[in-house]
Design a protein around this ligand. Structure first.
Ligand code: XUL
Length: 515
């Protein structure tokens, strides 16, 4: 097999990676940062959050300009696009692009003498795209929920209760507020399916992984749910592309890329998926048994599910696993935010956080519990106006550092037990994952070994691995080559500590329930 291209359109940048799947090496990678390299859009972090009521939109023309810029730069840098045999991608989830009826026609006749942005601008029925950070659709979520008969129904069908950032509620808001523009919309694409369509030169399907983040797809049938679609907006069915398996080969790459950048006309395109489904693959966790925990601004937890299972409480989502079956995703808003608040409170460096505070405290903190919700939390939905301890008083740096970590990981444990997955190990990623002390607390709370991975950018690598897999390469071989665990990075759980945390789970659950 020759080279594989993976792309990732995320919130702040568009990244590319070229893999040699036979040799197991990353040949090249590059990235365009929207704020820094395309400042004329005025979207410093890749979005505009100046809208009212929690509206957060991005400019789809900025994304298109980034694609031309990235490929042009890689071509100038000597990238052998002609040797690439397959391409797929990953997109920030939930974001939507509204296209006029001319979209497919225009894609089919793209000229390499002009850029994507100028040729596709006239196809936009809405000049901005609501993205995953948008929380402006509370009313629409309530309307959809009522029409379908309650949150439990919405969740049982779509894998999540109606969620503000999900595409269905966003579509409803657009149809209500801008009916004229909605009627001029021929097709509504997700970020992922929009870009997949551009690569293939034709309007494509939405893959099962990302379609599950819309509150529109029925997880059991893996097709649009008539009731949800009707509850969302009039004439929506005719504007939705079909749903399809994430591994669908979608034909040779558009002649635009062949003529402009030197891709081979036989380079095969594969449907794109959402960034979290792609990360699941990029972390080597597409088969059940591994729990991926990413410690970032927000913490996220995801895992392949052996069978379809939904959770009607107000947290947790089920998406399609792009390899097979389903995956869960749970977001915890207070991630680094909370860890940093404690670090700042006591004026600690990250190394002090571990060596002078964490390692000098007692496992289980003598029963002291903390609900580490410095910001309003989404899992569970709680706004406590700050962190809350189970005992009054000043707890000092050592106990507070331990309390924030134990509180975060106990909270993850009690909110992920519904997954019902027989877990063998945790794959830890994100900024704080390098810290051995933090990893040890996590291993002990879950009673599972923790591994750290060498994968730089699991979404973009996952996109490339998906393309190789869709073309027939063996997934285990690909994981062995590209999802290597760090040598010496494994942390084993300590039995005595695990027993302490097993005893703390119920008091923690109770403390939460009292709020
Ligand atoms: C998941 C979500 C985010 C975005 C980030 O539901 O909203 O993780 O996918 O790109």
């Amino acid at each position: 097999m020759s080279l594989i291209l993976g792309l990732d359109l995320s919130t702040q940048s568009l990244s590319a990676v070229v893999l040699d799947s036979t040799k197991g090496v990353i040949v090249t990678s590059d990235s365009v940062n929207f704020g820094e390299e395309l400042p004329h859009y005025g979207q410093v972090h890749g979005f505009d959050d100046s809208g009212e009521g929690g509206e957060v939109h991005a400019n789809p023309l900025m994304w298109l300009e980034a694609l031309d810029l990235l490929l042009e730069r890689m071509k100038e840098g000597g990238c052998s696009f002609s040797e690439i045999s397959a391409v797929s991608g990953s997109g920030q989830q939930h974001g939507s692009v509204y296209l006029r009826k001319c979209f497919a026609q225009q894609l089919a006749r793209l000229s390499p003498r002009h850029d994507l942005k100028n040729q596709l601008a006239s196809c936009l029925a809405r000049d901005s795209s609501p993205i995953w950070m948008d929380s402006s659709t509370l009313a629409e979520c309530a309307e959809i929920t009522e029409a379908v008969g309650g949150s439990e129904q919405v969740c049982a069908k779509s894998g999540s209760i109606a969620i503000e950032r999900f595409t269905g509620p966003q579509i409803r808001k657009f149809a209500k507020n801008e009916p004229e523009a909605y009627h001029q919309t021929g097709t509504i694409h997700l970020v992922s399916s929009f870009f997949a369509s551009i690569m293939a030169g034709k309007s494509l399907a939405i893959d099962h992984g990302d379609a599950a983040g819309m509150n529109l797809m029925n997880l059991s049938t893996k097709d649009w749910d008539l009731e949800l679609v009707e509850a969302t907006a009039e004439q929506l069915m005719e504007k939705l592309p079909p749903c399809a398996s994430s591994a669908t080969q979608s034909g040779p790459i558009s002649s635009y890329f062949v003529e402009k950048y030197g891709f081979s006309p036989t380079c095969e395109t594969v449907l794109w998926s959402g960034d979290n489904p792609c990360s699941l693959v990029g972390m080597g966790a597409a088969s059940p048994g591994k729990l991926v925990i990413s410690l970032g601004t927000s913490d996220t937890l995801f895992a392949a599910l052996p069978e379809l299972k939904t959770n009607p409480s107000a947290y947790g989502h089920v998406f399609g696993n792009p390899i097979e079956g389903y995956m869960s995703l749970i977001c915890f808003k207070n991630g680094s935010l909370a860890r940093e608040a404690v670090k700042e409170q006591f004026g600690l460096s990250w190394s002090d956080f571990e060596s002078r505070a964490l390692s000098r405290s007692v496992i289980g903190n003598d029963g002291l519990l903390m609900l580490p919700f410095y910001e309003p939390e989404i899992t569970p939905k709680l706004d406590l106006g700050g962190a809350l301890f189970s005992e009054d008083g000043d707890h000092g740096a050592q106990r507070t550092v331990r309390a924030v970590l134990e509180g975060q990981f106990l909270n993850m444990r009690v909110h992920s037990d519904w997954l019902g997955v027989d877990l063998k190990e945790i794959y830890l990623t994100g900024g704080a994952s390098e810290n051995d002390g933090i990893a040890q607390v996590l291993a002990n709370v879950f009673g599972l070994p923790v591994e750290r991975l060498e994968v730089p950018g699991s979404a973009v690598i996952g996109a490339a691995l998906r393309a190789a897999h869709a073309l027939g390469e063996n997934l285990s071989d690909l994981e062995e080559k590209f999802c290597k665990t760090k040598a010496g990075g494994r942390i084993e759980p300590e039995n005595a500590a695990k027993a302490v945390y097993d005893r703390m789970v119920e008091p923690f659950r109770l403390f939460l329930a009292e709020q």
